[in-house]
Design a binder for this molecule. Structure first.
Ligand SMILES: [Zn+2]
Ligand SMILES: [Zn+2]
Length: 158
């Protein structure tokens, strides 16, 4: 499947998505998306390929609140759209789902960091909702790719 930023300068390709597919309501994801949450889709790094626009990608690293890795945002510096990390240093990472041009054939599977939810937004679907503690439990059980990658997400609000 293909993906791109708003101006089309950054283009990438993904063989297949593996999930998880999380809707993060943390305050940092709300700032970065300018919306109620950011949608992050998990892919294996080996399945990702940047086609063009690497020179347009800038990074902002937010100050660490608790422990590394820092929260990082990758974006096209021409149009400001969030884009994937062009060179992930892990076997698994998350792609901003709004940048996809094709159907990833996975649906969002949970809301996370719901304790930070915007007061103006009502979660009206039946997806499971995780706060920080519930999420820690889920990940220590190691039953999803995010847990198996042994890495905390760069989208976590730390
Ligand atoms: Zn762009
Ligand atoms: Zn977040």
């Amino acid at each position: 499947m293909k993906g791109s930023c708003l101006c089309g300068g950054v283009r990438f390709e993904i063989e297949k998505a593996v999930g998880p597919f999380e809707l993060c309501h943390c305050h940092r994801c709300r700032k970065v998306s300018g919306s109620a949450f950011s949608a992050g889709l998990g892919v294996m790094t080996k399945d990702f390929r940047l086609i063009e626009g690497g020179e347009l990608i800038s990074t902002y690293e937010a100050p660490i609140l608790r422990e590394p890795p820092p929260y990082r945002n990758f974006f096209c510096r021409r149009c400001g759209s969030p884009v994937p990390n062009p060179k992930p240093d892990s076997t698994w990472f998350e792609v901003p789902s709004g940048s996809l041009d094709d159907d990833p054939e996975l649906k969002a599977d949970k809301h996370i960091f719901v304790e930070f939810r915007a007061p103006w937004f009502e979660i009206a679907d039946n997806l499971p909702q995780y706060d920080l503690n519930a999420l820690r439990k889920l990940r220590s059980a190691g039953n999803d790719q995010k847990a198996q990658s042994k890495l905390r997400s760069t989208r976590d609000p730390d």
